[in-house]
Design a protein. Structure first.
Length: 601
């Protein structure tokens, strides 16, 4: 049985039992049972399954771990957190998050006007709101309005001009000023894919000189009393904790220097994000635990505060990926196996066949576990020889087809006979038998980070997990783009099952897709977001809540600024009643495939 690395990446959120992928919570339902329940309601195509209980678990783990470290080190500051809306702004995720975080006073971070409106509208009053990113006068004015609503809001300035705008808005409106934070540009850099978020050449933050100038400007305008936070961020999903320790010491000294200059209300350090999420299904890439992360933050800041003779700062984090990634699973139906032409059903041997083809047939027939390696290598050699004979005109197309089918079957039989721990040797041969699985989804819409930055995601089927997977798989999406593929990787091979799609359904799940993928996804080929569902548990039963169907074709066209009334009028003019009725039906359905290949779909 292949567990697809579930012990590495799932953090016990999912489990395999009786050959099925299951949610390791409450009544422990299988993913396939949930998928079937949704499809019975006529929601077809890919599905995004959201699990609010996993989000709640992550929030609890984050707060409990930091609060435990605070208690252990007798730390005098408090722990606080805000969720960065850029990671996932969608209401099906945000509404449960806000509700679940209320007991911890969990807040939100906004990086645009639209995100700030979400925070102002839905954040629990009293829970913190931080505002990052570049800002204009309108955005800063929104921050003032949020303050007037009773929100605990901090505007974190990225440049001196933003501080000047705060002063301008304050003088014009006479409204109460929000708290002010300074984003500092540390010399320390991060690690991992997003290391460029930190370091002296970072896009964001104030240099040492600018920090001093900002402090003088605040002094001159009686704003020092509003300075409550300094902020840094050195990278998302850091795979090493060493850069964080260095950044903590640097920011801790900046905090202490400002305190000693007279910033008496400065009481917080926002350490940004950086907590790693395990995406790799083959080996662990995280080199630290959350407990180690928290202990290092608490110990370092306590030590600096003691050295400098200042109060220990309150600690803020913005670890959005840690909170959201595991909560969402993408499930896509397999529509077709493009290697089906290599099945024995397509074999058409002649009365008299070329000797090498007869030998391939004998290799398949006579293979045993003892001879599997030898016969597999022999079949590859025979195939190469037969292709040469075809190029020279000595065998015909039917002979070539028979050779491909028999070679394929020899290798498949060898894999089925050999033990899984022999896969290292088999990897050398798998390029010869890659299976193409066509999945009903768009990679560009649902896994944009795979296409854009080669981000890995754990992948596994949700059924057949008590059977040995024998097919070395490449996954194709349904876009008409050659980049819409997750190719077979010899270093990280994905093996799937040999299934007959005319007799059974087969679904592939992509895990840890809850961070960034939803809103980074693009409408390539005008495929919209999959149908999404919140999976909640009530009284030991699974309840499907807030089903949001994939967008209709007519709505997608309107989104990209087509005049949908004009579209309907032009079509109506050129079609009879029957055909127009069909067109109208299709315009009100989504773009994903339904019955082209598999009657199950």
């Amino acid at each position: 049985m292949n567990n697809y690395g579930i012990d590495i990446w799932s953090d016990d959120n999912f489990m395999i039992e009786d050959g099925l992928a299951k949610i390791n919570y409450d009544c422990k339902p299988s993913l396939i049972s949930i998928v079937k329940d949704i499809r019975k309601q006529d929601f077809k195509g890919p599905l995004l399954l959201r699990f609010p209980h996993i989000t709640e678990k992550q929030v609890n783990t984050l707060y409990n771990t930091f609060n435990s470290s605070i208690k252990e080190y007798d730390y005098k500051g408090t722990f606080n957190a805000v969720f960065p809306l850029k990671v996932n702004q969608l209401p099906n995720f945000i509404h449960p998050l806000i509700n679940e975080g209320k007991k911890f006073n969990y807040g939100l971070e906004a990086g645009s006007k639209a995100e700030l409106v979400i925070a102002m509208t839905y954040n629990n009053v009293g829970s913190p709101i931080t505002v990052n990113g570049f800002k204009d006068k309108e955005m800063i004015h929104l921050g003032f309005i949020a303050k007037s609503m009773g929100h605990n809001i901090t505007i974190i300035i990225e440049g001196l001009n933003e501080l000047e705008i705060i002063i301008e808005v304050l003088n014009e409106t006479k409204m109460e000023c929000p708290n002010i934070g300074l984003r500092v540009r540390l010399h320390s850099g991060g690690s991992g894919l997003w290391a460029k978020s930190g370091g002296i050449n970072s896009k964001f933050g104030l240099t040492s000189t600018e920090i001093l100038e900002a402090y003088e400007l605040m002094e001159d305008n009686n704003l020092v009393k509003y300075l409550t936070m300094i902020h840094f961020h050195i990278g998302s999903a850091m795979n090493s904790i060493k850069p964080l320790k260095k950044a903590l010491r640097e920011s801790g000294h900046i905090y202490a220097e400002l305190k000693n200059l007279g910033a008496t209300n400065l009481n917080s350090i926002n350490i940004g994000g950086g907590l790693a999420v395990e995406y790799n299904a083959y080996e662990r890439t995280r080199f630290y635990s959350l407990t180690e992360f928290a202990n290092d933050v608490i110990f370092t800041l306590k030590d600096i505060a003691k050295q400098k003779g200042v109060d220990e700062p309150n600690i803020f984090t913005e670890s959005g990926r840690f909170i959201s990634a595991a909560s969402t699973v993408l499930v896509a139906p397999v529509l077709e196996l493009f290697s089906a032409e290599y099945d024995f059903d397509h074999l058409k041997l002649k009365d008299v066949n070329p000797p090498l083809i007869q030998e391939l047939h004998d290799l398949y027939r006579d293979m045993s576990k003892k001879t599997a390696y030898e016969y597999m290598h022999d079949s590859i050699d025979h195939m190469e020889s037969l292709l040469t004979l075809f190029d020279l005109g000595y065998i015909d197309l039917q002979d070539r087809s028979n050779a491909e089918i028999l070679t394929h079957q020899v290798i498949k039989k060898a894999i089925s006979l050999l033990e899984i721990d022999h896969y290292e040797e088999l990897k050398k041969l798998d390029e010869n038998i890659q299976e193409k699985y066509l999945l009903n989804f768009s990679l560009f819409q649902s896994l944009p980070d795979y296409w854009g930055i080669d981000q890995e995601f754990p992948i596994m089927p949700i059924t057949h997990l008590d059977k040995k997977p024998t097919r070395s798989a490449s996954l194709w999406d349904i876009t008409c783009d050659s980049d819409g593929e997750l190719p077979f990787d010899l270093k990280k091979p994905l093996y799937l099952h040999d299934v007959n799609l005319n007799k059974e359904d087969y679904f592939i799940a992509f895990f840890n897709v809850g961070a960034y993928q939803d809103t980074l996804g693009m409408k390539h080929n005008l495929f919209s977001h999959p149908t999404e569902v919140n999976i909640v548990f009530k009284n030991g039963e699974v309840v499907l809540e807030k089903i949001l169907e994939s967008q209709k074709i007519i709505d997608i066209l309107e989104d990209i600024d087509y005049d949908t009334n004009d579209i309907r009028a032009r079509l109506r003019k050129n079609l009879n009643d029957h055909n127009y009725k069909d067109i109208e039906k299709y315009l009100n359905e989504n773009s994903y495939l339904k019955t082209i290949w598999s009657y199950h779909e």
